[in-house]
Design a protein around this ligand. Structure first.
Ligand code: NDP
Length: 245
C-alpha cells in the first residue's frame, strides 16, 4: 500500500487511535491533516513532521460545522483536496442509563455521531468533484453489540454504522467508498481509565489474549483507505482480537 500524493483528514488525531492512523498513513506517503480540540494536536503535528510526514493541523470541534469547514479548507489550501477521511474523533461518558443525564446523552451523540455526519458531508462534497474518495468511520463493538453503561456511546457508534452504509450507497456511484471499523478494547487514554477488574473481565473474553494497540487499528484503516480496497464498501470490520465472534 502506498499513499503518495493522497491527502487524509483524520479527526481526533492528537493522540490514541487517530494519532496512530495519521502516523501509519503518513509513513506510507500520505499528506495528513490532523485535528483535535486542544493544543496537544500541535505537539503531535511537530512530532509527525520530525518523522518526515507532510502535516497540516487544525484545532477544532467536529460538532461545529464551521470548524469542520475549516478542516477541509485547510486540506485544500495545504495539499489541494481530500482523498481520505477518517472519522475517528470520539468520547465516552459512561453511566448506567438510570444515572445518565440528557447532557451526557447529547454531548456523546453530538461529538461521535453528528461530528461524523458533518465531516462526511463536507469531505464528500470535495471527493465527488474528484470522483474518488475513501471514508473510514471508527465505530466500536459497543455500537454493534451494545455494552452496559454505554447507552449514549453504543447508540452513537451504532448510528455510525447506519451512516456508513447509507454513505456507501449514496456515494458509490461517485467512486467513493465508505466503511467502518469496530475496535474492541484498545490501549489508549479512553480505556486507561477503566477499572482493573473490568479490564480483567474483558481480557478473559478476548480470544487472542491481549488488548489491541492503536497500531492494530491503524493497519486495518490503512487497508480500507488504500486503492487496493476499491471493491470494498459498506462493510464493518471488527478489530477486537476475537472478543465477539
Ligand atoms: P482518545 O480519548 O485517546 O482520543 C480521542 C481523540 O478525539 C482526541 O484526539 C481528542 O482530541 C479527539 N476529540 C474529542 N472530542 C473531540 C471533538 N469534539 N472534536 C474533535 N476532536 C475531538 O480516544 P481513542 O484514541 O481511544 O479513541 C479514538 C476513537 O476510537 C473514538 O471514536 C473511540 O470511540 C473509538 N474506539 C476506541 C476504542 C478503545 O478501546 N480505545 C474501542 C472502540 C472504539 P483532544 O486531544 O484535543 O481532546
Amino acid at each position: 500500500m502506498q499513499f503518495k500524493g493522497k491527502t487524509a483528514v483524520i479527526t481526533g488525531s492528537s493522540r490514541g487511535l487517530g494519532r496512530a492512523i495519521a502516523e501509519k498513513l503518513g509513513k506510507l506517503g500520505a499528506n495528513v491533516v490532523l485535528t483535535g480540540t486542544s493544543d496537544t494536536v500541535l505537539k503531535t503535528a511537530s512530532e509527525l513532521e520530525e518523522m518526515g510526514i507532510k502535516v497540516a493541523v487544525v484545532v477544532g470541534d467536529v460538532r461545529n460545522a464551521d470548524d469542520v469547514k475549516a478542516m477541509m479548507a485547510k486540506a485544500v489550501e495545504s495539499f489541494g483536496g481530500v482523498d481520505i477521511l477518517v472519522n475517528n474523533a470520539g468520547i465516552t461518558k459512561d453511566k448506567p442509563m438510570a444515572m445518565m443525564s440528557e447532557d451526557d446523552w447529547d454531548t456523546v451523540l453530538d461529538i461521535n455521531l453528528k461530528g461524523c455526519f458533518l465531516c462526511t458531508k463536507a469531505a464528500a462534497k470535495l471527493m465527488i468533484k474528484k470522483r474518488y474518495g475513501r471514508i473510514i468511520n471508527v465505530s466500536s463493538v459497543a455500537g454493534a453489540y451494545g455494552n452496559p453503561g454505554q447507552a449514549n456511546y453504543s447508540a452513537s457508534k451504532g448510528g455510525m454504522l447506519g451512516l456508513t452504509k447509507t454513505a456507501a450507497k449514496e456515494l458509490a456511484p461517485r467512486g467513493i467508498t465508505c466503511n467502518a471499523v469496530t475496535p474492541g478494547l484498545i490501549e489508549s487514554d479512553m480505556t486507561e481509565i477503566l477499572p482493573e477488574d473490568l479490564k480483567r473481565k474483558y481480557l478473559e473474553k478476548i480470544a487472542l489474549g491481549r488488548f489491541g494497540t492503536p497500531e492494530d487499528v491503524a493497519n486495518v484503516v490503512a487497508f480500507l483507505a488504500s486503492d487496493e480496497a476499491g471493491y470494498v464498501t459498506g462493510q464493518v470490520i471488527d478489530i477486537d482480537g476475537g472478543l465477539v465472534m
